[in-house]
Ligand binder design. Sequence first.
Ligand code: ATP
Ligand code: MG
Ligand code: FE
Length: 365
Amino acid sequence: LTVLGIETSCDETAAAVVRLDGTGEHRILSNTIYSQIHEHETYGGVVPEIAARSHIQVLDSLTQQAMTEAGIDWHDLSAIAATAGPGLIGGVIVGLMTAKSIAMATNKPLLAINHLEGHALTARLTDDVPFPYLLLLVSGGHTQFLLVKAVGDYERLGTTIDDAIGEAFDKTAKLLGLPYPGGPAVERAAQKGNPSRFKLPRPLLDRPGLDMSFAGLKTAVRTAALKEEPVDEDTVNDLCAAFQAAVADVIGHRTERAFDVFRQRYPQVQPTMVIAGGVAANNAIRQRLQETADQSEARLIAPPHKLCTDNAAMIAWAGIERLRLSRDEDPTALSGNGIDDDMDESPRPRWPLDQLSQSVYGSGK
Ligand code: ATP
Ligand code: MG
Ligand code: FE
């Protein structure tokens, strides 16, 4: 199985080819990406119209490049997979329509992939990770704990009730005058700071369940900064250190509880947690998660950074997982049983992962 993947749901335009051969060996044949960061940085955040236009401008040549680097021809493809949501609708339209055109012109099946499913399955592309496992998705747009039970079978265990973590990093950076994207800037400043000069809250930790909140933390940074006027460099560093420590603490505590939930559900299985999303690049957070996993005798898996953030290899791979599923059920068919998608599949701005089993895999799963 050889699948072309296309990803355009946010501010990265990406195309990739992934192959799974008969022995179960899988390989990324190409993985091209164009980051729009510089087009958005003057605005301090992603501007949807600029993003959509930029996707249109680069996607064709990027797709061609992915095919050339993979060294394959259109007729070598088993299917075309593209992100069909959730995401910024203009970008999703560009990617999905491009994939439909290629699918139509080459007479190959189309796979309309949920972007979050791409993140959820990436670890199986890079590591040997059997189902079930936990996923912590921490990016600019998402902060959630998911239980990944099988391809197409996901349960959301907890989520942020307000800002995503990446968003909180970005907003904190902005209010402290640090550059966009905020995550790396805050992490650099935090390395030079003292985390105990400012006392920041640990929102929601007293509540049961796995939900989180980060908006209050960002507001607490603003309040502390206002009291310090003028805010000098040391103060910025100390505020960043305190903020990052608070985030790591909240995530650490929630992860501990996630392992408990997993153990209740699957007493025989050693818990594994996979992390994905741009925030997974943060070393303080990674370290805290590793400590938590060690204490809980659980396994922590962090795919390479390039595959944690938005990319098209994860979309192609999610497509392969779906094709493989249908092939295992009916060895004579690549398609059939509703696992590949119709040309009338529409782009979706919102598409929660736990609704996937009905919308894509049929209600039988
Ligand atoms: P989504 O994938 O949810 O649609 P996105 O495109 O914003 O959203 P990613 O590209 O995966 O998500 O990640 C970008 C986010 O990760 C940004 O908010 C950025 O600030 C954050 N980030 C990147 N590096 C770090 C870091 N070292 N520490 C903390 N946050 C980081
Ligand atoms: Mg991004
Ligand atoms: Fe993403």
